[in-house]
Design a protein. Sequence first.
Lengths: 279, 174
Amino acid sequence: MLPQRIDQAKPFLTLGLALLAWLLIPTAVKRMTRTGFFELQAPLATTASYVRDLQDFWSLKTRSKNELIEAGRDVARLNAAYESRLQQDAALRSEIERLERILKLPIPAGHRAEPARVVLRDFSSWWQQLVIRKGHNYGIVVGSPVIFAGGVVGRVREVYAYTSVVELISSPGMRIAAVAEGDTRPISYQGAINPTYGPAVGVVEYVPLDVFATPAAPRRLVTSGLGGVFPPNLTIGYMTKVEASSDGLFKSGDVRLDSALSALNEVTVLVPADRPSTR
Amino acid sequence: MKRRVLILAVASLLLALVLGQLNHYLAMWTVHVWCGGLFVAFAALRFGYGAGALASFIAGLLLDAGEPVAFGTQAFLFLAAHAVIFKVRARAPRDATIIGVMAALLANLGLFLALSFLRIDPNLKADQAWLRIFADLLASQVVIALIAPWFFAVQTRLLEATGTNLRDFSRRAF
């Protein structure tokens, strides 16, 4: 029989031994176990998201015909406006291609837009992420940029068989190379601690001294296109305050992100064009 | 032992699903609940050491799988909380639901703060970070106080339905 003192410490000895054993397990085994545990939970969360969609469908069915007619009319107006924009876009695109050919510039690889429904939103103080309902089955790859109508959502962090995990731009670990609208000098954007009951926020560093922004006159912050992940000119947020940093060489400040970021139901993944869908 | 651990793992899966759905809706208000203490309390109070520790470890791995932490972080935090509760459980009437709720609340407090120290970037504004952490912690403790009796009942019923008598473990130390 073990002495009483050792017997009492048995839970902690076991904990220490388990930790030691865990450190010795190869990373590939841990990786496989992690994927297995995630895939085990994925069908439950996905089913719950389908149930939510069904709830939305039935709640929409209760709307009157007049409301539907009004909504249809609004959509038709928007479609007409977008058609005109598309024609302008096509003309501008052909002009850019002509100039690229003349100047012999390298043509950047395009993206395939893959819309996806949101399965889960996770907005903790430690991280912010989304789980979306598309994964390897739609050719989504790790690092793909994710956008929505209001701009950048984040970047795909993990891809599983039928789902993917997206790290949001508000997450403290997320960094993006950005520029102030109308400027070409790069700024470093980073996610920050998001206040309770408030819109998501971020911070900027290395802002040039001649860039100004106040809450009354915010400055739009867009992706720079540097780094090759995000296409240029996508809205990140609005700089609401910039102040000279302690070294006096640059400014740093706060960024207000789109308030819809924490209530997203659908996003678009920009998959590199050479990645076909297996579906 | 395998069956008991499996049943507790299924219960943990159910709790993770419920909390995931709750957090999905709370995201609109930038509030998050994390109830790690609830995954540990029942196993630590009512089971033998081996089965309880394994069930807590599996629950931690379930949470780790979908979150941006090193795989095993929450599992080992759960294992540590399990060891502490197991060590002190003889000093209280551990079959009582109120003791279970208290154990879950205290374990969650410790685990939440430990995870916060591990995860918070020291370069970010500390005052804002801790304000948010305490808001989330408060919400989490309220949710645990509300759902812990239900979750303990679910675990007890699941074990009874599969022919496990919890009284067998009430006098065992290991």
